[in-house]
Design a protein around this ligand. Structure first.
Ligand SMILES: [Zn+2]
Ligand SMILES: [Zn+2]
Length: 170
């Protein structure tokens, strides 16, 4: 396990609920902290994805270019893009600061931060594994009959590790 961070990424973007912000724009600072197993993880055997700074930066840049009203939405979009890109995230922390958040007032910045962790315990074999608990998860790519998948969900009330899932794959 290890952590990488990309801190102080600066963007000029047009997010916000005020019309001025959508036209004039604001400066934003984005910090991203990622925990991952940087060696090839047992449960992601066939998906060897290195987490590199440039890709993380490009993901943030792409999301910053799509205007939204709330920073919370922006953070959600960045996190879900990171999850789609990388399958070995153990946790993600994204913090966004917005300069001059209130038009006409002297406020240096506002900040919103979100922290997500994806390490679960497999209910079948008790080993630790990564599950994103949504459509971005690797487990959706394991070829399992929909009926079998339903009964796994019913029996174990959640996702299984890769080893256990491949037991049911056909
Ligand atoms: Zn298992
Ligand atoms: Zn999953």
């Amino acid at each position: 396990m290890g952590q990488i961070s990309l801190e102080g990424m600066k963007f000029y973007a047009y997010h916000g609920v005020y019309e001025e912000e959508q036209i004039i724009g604001n400066y934003y600072t984005v910090d991203v902290f990622i925990e991952s197993n940087f060696s090839r993880a047992a449960n992601t055997d066939d998906v060897f994805d290195t987490i590199n700074y440039e890709t993380v930066y490009l993901i943030c840049q792409a999301e910053m270019r799509k205007p939204v009203k709330l920073i919370e939405t922006l953070i959600d979009n960045i996190i879900s893009a990171l999850k789609h890109q990388f399958s070995t995230l153990q946790s993600v922390n994204v913090r966004i600061q917005k300069s001059n958040p209130i038009p006409g007032a002297q406020v240096s910045h506002s900040a919103v931060e979100s922290d997500e962790s994806y390490v679960s315990k497999c209910p079948r074999c008790n080993s630790s594994f990564i599950c994103y608990k949504d459509g971005a998860c690797w487990c959706n790519d394991v070829k399992i009959h929909p009926k079998t998948r339903e009964s796994i969900k019913h029996e174990f009330r959640g996702c299984l590790c890769k080893n256990c899932l491949s037991f049911y794959a056909g």
